[in-house]
Ligand binder design. Sequence first.
Ligand SMILES: *[C@@H]1O[C@H](CO)[C@@H](O)[C@H](O)[C@H]1NC(C)=O
Ligand SMILES: *[C@@H]1O[C@H](CO)[C@@H](O)[C@H](O)[C@H]1NC(C)=O
Ligand SMILES: *[C@@H]1O[C@H](CO)[C@@H](O)[C@H](O)[C@H]1NC(C)=O
Ligand SMILES: *[C@@H]1O[C@H](CO)[C@@H](O)[C@H](O)[C@H]1NC(C)=O
Ligand SMILES: [Zn+2]
Length: 301
Amino acid sequence: MIIYRAVQTALLAGFFLKSGECLASNGSTALIGDEDMQTPFPEWLKEFTNITQWPGLDPPYIPLDYIDLTKVPEFERYQSGRCPNISREQCSFDCYNCVDVDDVTSCFKLSQTFDDGPTPATETLLENLRHRTTFFVLGINTVSFPHIYESVVERGHLVGTHTWSHAFLPSLSNEEIVAQIEWSIWAMNATGKHFPKYFRPPYGAIDNRVRAIVKQFGLTVVLWDHDTFDWKLITNDKLRTEEQIFKDIETWKSQRKGLILEHDGARRTVDLAIKINKLVGNDQLTVAECIGDTDYIERYD
Ligand SMILES: *[C@@H]1O[C@H](CO)[C@@H](O)[C@H](O)[C@H]1NC(C)=O
Ligand SMILES: *[C@@H]1O[C@H](CO)[C@@H](O)[C@H](O)[C@H]1NC(C)=O
Ligand SMILES: *[C@@H]1O[C@H](CO)[C@@H](O)[C@H](O)[C@H]1NC(C)=O
Ligand SMILES: *[C@@H]1O[C@H](CO)[C@@H](O)[C@H](O)[C@H]1NC(C)=O
Ligand SMILES: [Zn+2]
């Protein structure tokens, strides 16, 4: 029996965003599972962090020799939805839909993608998928639900990082951004023995300062061009209906291409995802297949 408590994050923030993504059950995103079932804290990580257990929502910054923060451009930090003071050169996706040439935003075949897992709801999705897909996971959920993460990988799906605890990265210091990325990568390596290649920013919140840091990790930024706003189904005021979402899916199907943003953080959005899957069909690709690139930067077994 998995006992888990939902951790409230700065989350209803999604309401401020036009291309906002958000999440889970009642406005929570990161889940902390039963500690006894966690991914064990690995010896190799103890050695160079001097830390002996997985951190909470604010992971500590550990300097890395391949990350040079002096090369990161200086741009103003901003909170969710505080866009007016943001310069255009900052290239914020959440503020201005600005994308960098290296960002992946679409796919030549219409394909679903899933953020915020792994959670117990992910298992239901796995049982219903008949093709490979892409999951952007939270580190804190990865170490809390390692067996669900392993099922995702065993079934051949692609896994990318979505930070450690769903932080709004542009509001953080460079060091805090590094911490969010490095701990998510260590969680994935400790659980799945691989170093991810793809990164999706929570809330789509990314500017050129955040990009400069994630690129130093070798990560490719993945955004989307079709947002289901599925999380609005589970807000109290039910800002969106399934019918509205299915109508959008029909439009996207007629265009035949694109990356669809969905969430496997809650049972409600997973049930919707299964219905969307029936509409879109099984001729879908992973993000790596969309751009003809490798699944991971490194595999360790
Ligand atoms: C949100 O869900 C968690 C876990 O199911 C529950 O403990 C908590 O009371 C809920 N909070 C609200 C405000 O409904
Ligand atoms: C870990 O501890 C060792 C020995 O005290 C020290 O040399 C090293 O700098 C520490 N590493 C970190 C990341 O704090
Ligand atoms: C942001 O913009 C507002 C209005 O343009 C201005 O009053 C405020 O001082 C600015 N804040 C910062 C931090 O630049
Ligand atoms: C990944 O895990 C392996 C052990 O499985 C370890 O040797 C390696 O240093 C880790 N790499 C990173 C980047 O964490
Ligand atoms: Zn998310």
